[in-house]
Design a protein around this ligand. Structure first.
Ligand SMILES: C[S@@+](CC[C@H](N)C(=O)[O-])C[C@H]1O[C@@H](n2cnc3c(N)ncnc32)[C@H](O)[C@@H]1O
Length: 366
């Protein structure tokens, strides 16, 4: 009988996986990340079943989890439990991996403990990471096989080690403004390089947490800059802004910002989907500091892709039952500029470029 609240490592020792503190000592590290998921109905995939020791650990630690094990060896044990499924496949075969992800994903946790061949480690990560749910975890184990005497055995046909590949992911995460992701040659890194929350290296293993939010789009780009003081009376407004080097970005949050020093706002339009139609008007100020015409909801103000950046904007409402407030981020200071309805939102220095903006509309209370 397994004590109900055993730690992950105690279970590892009990069931005899080499992940326990008696050998690789991964489990106490994993427990920091796994504990909040313990009683949740999560989906776990492990590539590499062997005698089933780690399958038994996951089964005992996560009482509500669905556990999928994948192995090339048809002789691995099967489990008489509806929570556990074993798939026989080759982790170097893309079709096998994609099929596995489609049949059983998305996963909260994936652990790769298979052949340790460098090419298999990279291929499995590239193919299965898309099947990790946002906020989920991918772990690559036994990365010491990328070094020393082991390298000769595990290199196979690979032109780079899995560690070298993961370090490129680290570069993209750390230098998220300095490295232009669009110039990344590797299609996986181009797609998922910015869909990573963090990369943690441990003794012999690497843990990658997937960002919450759609792949490739940093959520800061569409997060509200400041929360409106009157959230309860807010009227939803969608902002579509054209950002240099990025293109159009549409946000139902009403806020958009460029993330790199070269990403400035060149024009925008406001939209309202259904609900209360508010007669909004807005105008933009160019680099020559002249103001454009006021335009109504649904019309684009400013330019697209002409290297003409904005230095200000303002929003007004023709209906007295509503009021608008805008926030601007300008290149001369980190402090946002807040402007009331109809007022000019421009930088303190007067001529700094606009790289972030937010429009909030609220219904006035009597
Ligand atoms: C280190 S053992 C797994 C140990 C297990 N996870 C545990 O902790 O108890 C590695 C397993 O990977 C499997 N394997 C080797 N090459 C593979 C491949 N190309 N595809 C899938 N599994 C593979 C082996 O059959 C073996 O069972």
């Amino acid at each position: 009988m397994v004590p109900a609240l055993s730690s992950l490592d105690e279970l590892g020792v009990r069931f005899g996986t080499d992940k326990s503190s008696l050998f690789h000592d991964y489990l106490s590290f994993y427990e920091r990340f796994f504990r909040p998921l313990r009683n949740k109905p999560i989906r776990i995939l492990e590539v590499g079943v062997l005698k089933g020791a780690s399958m038994r650990v996951w089964h005992a630690y996560f009482p509500r989890a669905t556990i999928i094990g994948a192995d090339i060896n048809p002789g691995v044990p099967r489990f008489d439990d509806s929570r556990v499924t074993i798939e026989i496949l080759d982790q170097s075969n893309l079709e096998h991996l994609v099929g596995l992800g489609v049949r059983h994903g998305p996963f909260d946790i994936i652990i790769e403990d298979g052949s340790h061949q460098w090419e298999h480690q990279i291929t499995t990560f590239r193919t299965l990471f898309p099947f990790v749910r946002p906020g989920g975890i991918y772990i690559a184990e036994d990365l010491q096989t990328n070094y020393g005497d082991a390298a000769e055995h595990y290199r196979g046909v690979a032109t780079m080690s899995c560690m070298e590949y993961l370090k490129r992911l680290v570069d993209l995460r750390v230098a998220d403004e300095e490295i232009d992701i669009r110039r990344e040659e590797d299609a996986f890194l181009r797609t998922y390089g910015r869909a990573v929350q963090f990369v943690a290296f441990y003794r012999r293993a690497c843990l990658v947490e997937k960002a919450v939010g759609s792949a490739g789009v940093d959520q800061r780009a569409v997060q509200p800059i400041l929360t409106s003081t009157r959230v309860e009376a807010s009227v939803p407004v969608t902002l579509l802004a054209h950002i240099s080097g990025v293109g159009d970005r549409r946000a139902t949050s009403g806020a958009v910002r460029g993330l790199m020093a070269v990403q400035n706002i060149q024009g925008f339009q406001l939209e309202q989907a259904g609900g209360t139609a508010v007669p909004l008007e807005y105008r933009v100020r160019g680099q020559d500091q002249t103001w454009g015409e006021w335009v109504p909801l649904g019309r684009f103000a400013g330019t697209r892709g002409q290297s003409q950046h904005l230095t200000g904007f303002s929003v007004r409402v023709a209906d007295r039952a509503f009021e608008a407030e805008v926030v601007g981020l300008f290149r001369d200071t980190l402090q946002p500029v807040i402007a009331a309805e109809g007022q000019d939102c421009v930088s303190r220095s007067g001529d700094a470029l606009l790289y972030g903006m937010q429009v909030s509309v609220t219904r006035k209370t009597a």
